[in-house]
Design a protein. Sequence first.
Length: 269
Amino acid sequence: MLYELGMHRIELPGKVPKPTAKSRLILWHENQVLMNGVDISWPFSGADIDQNPCEFVGTLNGKAYFTTTIRELPAKADTRSLRDIAFVGETAFMLCGRARAHLDWRTQHRFCSQCGQSVHQVAQEFAMECVPCRLRFYPRISPCIIVLITHGRRILLAQGEKNREQGWYSTLAGFIESGESAEQAVIREVKEEVNVDVKNIRYLNSQAWPFPNQLMLGYSAEYAGGEIIPAVGEIADAAWFDIDELPKHPPSISIAGWMIRQFRESISG
Ligand SMILES: [Zn+2]
């Protein structure tokens, strides 16, 4: 994560703890987190939960966090989307992202994808297992690269087709393919999306990005040649922007915004 990691680290004991009076519960209703004032979690006891099992999320500052879904919202409920939780704080975002990933994993991995039989949870591990096949299924993580391309004081930002209406520009990103290194993915994605060649690729930072299950690996790269040609159907627009004259771009809570801010600070420096 980007700035709180040293202070707030989720611990994952080998054995799932039993809930206690100190435990906390993250409640979901249709992909929205039920807020408890400014807190994203509730006391475990007395929670109005339905028959869905609680998933263990992890332990933070000595408190075990669990999560589950509820069917009915209480009156005057305050709910937030996972994207809105990012603005609550990075620790809240990390906990809720992990909670969401585990709930989705549970509902999406109920059967073995090889033989079709039911799977069961492994006692000492976050894994589902098919006994006859001896196959284990882990919560899905999809590694992606995200890259800040620089050329002197300028950076290359692109507007995805899906961001055209909102007018957002951001750094380029894409999934890493099987058999590919992260650096190879940087070169391929940049070429595919904007037809530009890059050099001097450097790793910067990473962020779990639960929309869904992505692990963003952030890189910087320098322009090495080529004229910008946006990929048809994917990139609505792409251009070079002076670091002091940027269009609407992501805030620093996302790794894209963090990389842009870091570069601006290094330039003005
Ligand atoms: Zn099987």
